[in-house]
Design a protein around this ligand. Structure first.
Ligand code: GRG
Length: 297
């Protein structure tokens, strides 16, 4: 059922977040497993309240093909583990040197840098193991999902985008370079989430292409609204430091507030347009795109 209105969407998002949170708790070894500090570190950032947007995109895409089992939620959990690992690494002193994340001190401030790095690597491994163990996927699609995730993280995905972002620090990249950085650093995991949701749903190549177009536009729009929130958002809502991006160029720096908002609008419109052939079945995905357009957290 499509969530009706803002209250309906909020309730839908909260419900899907709870399903993912419960799955994450189950997918990790319990608190107190040896070595305790590692398991505490793996759970710390991961289980703090995040929006779970990438996992929700995966669930909403598989819903499009009427797949809603617990196995799909585990796949959403795997994508959220990768996202949490990327946040932990991004926050390190050698990268963003952030102080708070999801309303709490960043992991390396709470449990030390070595534990933060090792917990991030352990989360990545747990994510791949979760996809590899998934009973939801047949053998060929399981391999395709693993490949999607590996591609999204690697040199042509999050890591490539991050390295280019770091290389651009202290200078002013042009809009083309900034789009390249963020379509890799942020967009790649949205794409993997949509594609893995499609694989779980048995989507055919044409549908996979539409999902790719949807996620590509949505991911970049999400980053632009992240930049807008970094500029003018309320840290009590976003859970992270305001002005964290001051040392690197953002879409707001390059386009101004109005320009960045217009660009985000165009990208959300393009994401919604990619869903047209799915008709009414894509109502939830359309609502998610509208959430990205207006979000305040
Ligand atoms: C090896 C996984 C891995 C990554 C290494 C550090 C790095 C390369 C990439 C950084 C990727 C990154 C953190 C991009 C920022 C994306 C972004 C907009 C984060 C905020 O996401 P939200 O708002 O956060 O969804 P919550 O807390 O709600 O999940």
């Amino acid at each position: 059922m499509a969530p009706e209105g803002t209250a309906g969407l909020d309730a839908y998002l909260a419900g899907e977040r709870t399903r993912i949170d419960d799955a994450l708790d189950r997918l990790l070894p319990p608190f107190g497993t040896s070595p305790p500090v590692l398991h505490e570190a793996m759970r710390y950032t991961l289980l703090l309240p995040g929006k779970r947007m990438r996992g929700i995109v995966l669930l909403a895409v598989s819903d499009l093909f009427r797949r809603r089992g617990e196995g799909v939620v585990a796949l959403a959990g795997a994508v959220e583990m990768v996202h949490a690992a990327s946040l932990i690494l991004d926050d390190l002193p050698c990268m963003d040197d952030a102080s708070s994340r999801r309303g709490k001190p960043v992991l390396h401030r709470a449990l030390g840098e070595a534990n933060a790095v090792l917990a991030a690597v352990a989360l990545l491994n747990r994510a791949f193991a979760t996809v590899a163990e998934s009973a939801e996927l047949r053998d060929r699609t399981r391999l395709a999902a693993i490949a999607q995730l590996a591609e999204a993280i690697g040199a042509d995905g999050l890591i490539g985008g991050q390295v280019q972002d770091l290389a651009a620090a202290g200078r002013r990249p042009d809009l083309e370079e900034l789009e390249w950085i963020h379509s890799h650093k942020t967009g790649a995991l949205f794409i993997a989430a949509a594609q893995i949701g499609g694989l779980a749903g048995g989507a055919r190549p044409k549908a996979m292409d539409r999902l790719l177009r949807f996620a590509k536009n949505l991911g970049l729009a999400f980053q632009i609204t992240d930049d807008l929130l970094d500029y003018s958002g309320d840290p009590a809502q976003t859970g992270k430091d305001a002005g964290q991006d001051r040392d690197r160029a953002t879409f707001v720096d390059l386009c101004g507030i109005e320009g960045a908002r217009r660009l985000a609008d165009e990208l959300v419109d393009a994401a919604v347009a990619a869903l047209l052939p799915f008709g009414k079945r894509a109502a939830v995905l359309r609502s998610i795109a509208e959430f990205v357009r207006v979000r305040d957290r």
